[in-house]
Ligand binder design. Sequence first.
Ligand SMILES: [Zn+2]
Length: 204
Amino acid sequence: MPASSSNSSLSTLPMTITDGLLSAATWLASPNYNVRPKGLSIDAIVIHNISLPPNEFGACDSSGTHYVKALFTNQLDWDAHPYFQTIKGAEVSAHLFIERDGAITQFVNFNERAWHAGRSSYLGRPECNDYSIGIELEGSDFVSFTSAQYEKLAAVIAAIYKAYPKTRRHLTGHSDIAPGRKTDPGDYFEWVRLREGISKITMI
Ligand SMILES: [Zn+2]
């Protein structure tokens, strides 16, 4: 970033990735990961949305833990909400979770295989978890995402492009790799806005 820049949206840049960890993220280890298959390089990024309970943002359990963070660390109380019964026992994760205010949490090292995509296929290749990085935005299919989320997501992706150059050509959504089964990130996710944000950063 140029020293003379006064654009506040760039104030958090650049983000860096060292040994699979994002500098701008708070680390919260998830047990839901395993090693990536040998010989496969990381070459795709998958965007998701999630909210727990659905369409509620920032909801926390009695100890103040965000429900999504509780889910990704196998700490979710399945009895805390009727919806949670429908996902009881789920062992899932994502590499990153970006909240409505732009706060970023990393649950799995990028070099490891997070469990975000489920049954999936991208350009004829099954098991997207093997070769992708999964990013969850706190959101739903029915509302817009926040400016803070677009800004942070663009910066995150620019950092991923730099650390894992093969991902540059494969930016996709969960609904694209699991059609008929998944709908996220949904119609409210503005791909053009994201791509413009990434372009601004990668041109710096
Ligand atoms: Zn998803």
